[in-house]
Ligand binder design. Structure first.
Ligand SMILES: [Zn+2]
Ligand SMILES: [Zn+2]
Length: 431
């Protein structure tokens, strides 16, 4: 067996290939983070992707973030690609949006990607997929992308767990440890994300705590704009739930794209019952309003009760802000709640100018964010629970961070492998 990991020592551009003597699959085919380097992703063309996917039986995606799925549109048509059912809907809606971009080259590229996205195969939690002698079972995880999975891969008598991106402090994290205990147990090789290694001491709010803090801000401010990821269902729910706590009923506003995504979440996650059979309103987003200057009723409602509006940094939102600011009383200042990683604002190598420009529109800005990734404590728990017989392969981590120093017992520290290595008939290769 061979395990080939591309770009383990960076966050973004995740690709893992698992090969037996007969078959092979790829887990995630990610693009590097857009701002992570001025260079183009070396795999970002049809030829390069044809080369690295050659002879591959299938490509499976843990979730829809670009650093895991971003190269999918280069994959040759004869290789089937798999993703969660709701994740597929989100990807299709995203590429439909991108295909409306004004420039012709971009339009064609994204239209092509949309065609490929609509042909993605889907899988279901805990249902095994067979690719020759490789068996893959997806297990649901909570992450800042909804419908995310870790994969158990079984082949040639070996069991490998690939965690993808995950966390234990989301609304949907309760099943994480029980699922691993009940369905996965001990493995031979653990391939595990290490995003938080570089942020070991960062205080982590649970998503529920974040929602309570959002409600406190909303009690102080009537006119609330929220800048968060349009596809982060749990975060969007945190702000929706906080809005619903307000004594007077406030409308939730978004543009058509965000509204469509929220509708996808309401009709999927919003319909699911909890393990106790209880109906939950957490992911039912209800009616989402789109601002229109001629909708006097909505305008009066917004002015009198306040509102929460999900915004992005595109040009369209600047003109929407112009319109909305002009109807608000000058006595009440609108607030922008920034709910994404602060590196996009204040880290020289990753900052996004359009995010900063959006912030300049507001006199009052509050940052309220929590990570989509597992804390080092949780990474330790996972290592102990699956107690890998052969190897721990850390991926999705910043360079020069050390996985073996997170507090795992010494017998597991010795199993952390970050360089090419052969053990017990498995060739491990880092590219
Ligand atoms: Zn992710
Ligand atoms: Zn990621």
């Amino acid at each position: 067996m061979q395990i080939t990991i591309h770009r383990a020592e960076q966050i973004g551009g995740q690709i893992t290939r698992i090969s037996t003597a007969k078959d092979n699959i790829i887990i995630d085919l990610g693009h590097i983070l857009p701002n992570s380097t001025k260079n183009k992703d070396v795999y970002d063309d049809d030829l390069a992707v044809a080369e690295i996917t050659k002879g591959c039986s299938a490509i499976l995606y843990t979730h829809y973030h670009g650093d895991h799925i971003g190269l999918f549109h280069h994959v040759p048509n004869d290789i089937p690609q798999y993703i969660g059912e709701v994740a597929k809907q989100v990807v299709c809606r995203k590429y439909e949006q991108l295909s409306h971009l004004p420039d012709e080259a971009g339009k064609q590229k994204y239209q092509h990607a949309l065609n490929i996205a609509s042909n993605l195969h889907t899988f279901h939690e805990k249902q095994t997929l067979h690719f020759g002698d490789i068996i893959v079972t997806p297990y649901f995880v909570s992450h800042s992308a909804y419908d995310a999975y870790m994969f158990l891969i079984e082949a040639e008598g070996k069991r490998i767990l690939h965690t993808g991106d995950f966390r234990r402090h989301g609304y949907l994290s309760k099943g994480l440890l029980p699922t691993i205990q009940k369905y996965i147990g001990q493995v031979d090789v653990l391939i595990i994300e290490g995003t938080m290694l570089a942020r070991k001491n960062e205080a982590i709010l649970t998503e529920a705590e974040l929602s309570r803090k959002a409600a406190e801000l909303m009690k102080e401010h009537k006119y609330v704009f929220v800048h968060c990821s349009s596809t982060d269902m749990e975060r969007l729910a945190s702000f929706k739930n906080a809005t619903r706590q307000m004594p007077s009923y406030r409308p939730l506003l978004a543009d058509k794209y965000q509204k469509d995504l929220l509708d996808i979440f309401s009709t999927t996650a919003g319909q699911k019952r909890s393990s106790t059979g209880k109906e939950s309103t957490c992911f039912k987003f209800g009616t989402i309003y789109m601002y229109e200057d001629r909708n006097i009723k909505l305008k009066n409602w917004m002015i009198s009760n306040g509102f929460t509006m999900f915004v992005r940094s595109s040009e369209k939102f600047h003109s929407l802000l112009d319109q909305i600011f002009s109807i608000l009383p000058t006595s009440e200042r609108p607030i922008l709640i920034y709910s994404m990683w602060d590196g996009y604002i204040n880290r020289e190598d990753t900052k996004k100018e359009d995010y900063i420009r959006l912030q300049k529109r507001f006199a009052t800005i509050e940052s309220l964010h929590t990570s989509g990734h597992a804390t080092t404590d949780v990474l330790c728990r996972i290592c102990e629970l699956v107690n890998p017989r052969l190897a721990i392969l850390p991926i999705h981590k910043e360079k020069d961070t050390d996985f073996s120093s997170i507090g795992i017992p010494s017998h597991l520290q010795k199993k952390v492998i970050t360089k090419n290595h052969t053990l017990s008939n498995i060739d491990i290769e880092f590219i």
